[in-house]
Design a protein around this ligand. Structure first.
Ligand code: CU
Length: 153
């Protein structure tokens, strides 16, 4: 009885092995074909994404409108140069202190607008004139330093 059964039990593991290898081969083929078909999709979005269309924000500190320059000059006796200046509405005036002393750029009155800037040696002060009118100004440290800016339309 035992000798009759033994040949079938010996074949059984080989049949299982054959079925398993067949299943693995089929699964492997199906797996590789499906993944290669989906592969090239995400590369398209990466090429169109990062284009820098906006300019760097360096223009925020510089005025957009017209500009004018006035220097604070002199040795011992100081002055605004030029002492009289006419500009258009919207002009940004920049005072540059070329002397060794500190000064101020101070409006005489608040009409039509007031400004008061301290300018150390080598420093600058800027003010944008948005209203027409006559602006008399002076230096608080040296009251003899007087000047006028006329703003026209
Ligand atoms: Cu001064």
């Amino acid at each position: 009885m035992r000798s009759m059964m033994s040949p079938r039990w010996r074949l059984f593991p080989f049949m299982i092995a054959a079925v398993l290898t067949l299943a693995l081969v089929l699964a492997g083929c199906g797996g590789t074909t499906s993944t290669t078909g989906n592969a090239p999709a995400p590369t398209d979005t990466a090429t169109t994404a990062p284009t820098a269309t906006t300019a760097p924000p360096t223009a925020t500190t510089a005025p957009n409108g017209p500009t004018a320059s006035i220097s604070i000059s002199g040795v011992g006796t100081y002055k605004f140069s030029p002492a009289t200046q006419s500009v258009k509405v919207g002009t940004t005036v920049t005072w540059t202190n070329t002397t060794q002393a500190p000064h101020t750029v101070t409006s005489d009155t608040g009409d039509p607008a007031s400004f008061d800037g301290s300018v150390d040696s080598g420093g600058t002060f800027s003010f944008t004139f948005t209203q027409p009118g006559t602006y008399k100004y002076h230096c608080n440290i040296h009251p003899y330093m007087t000047a006028t800016i006329t703003v026209t339309q």
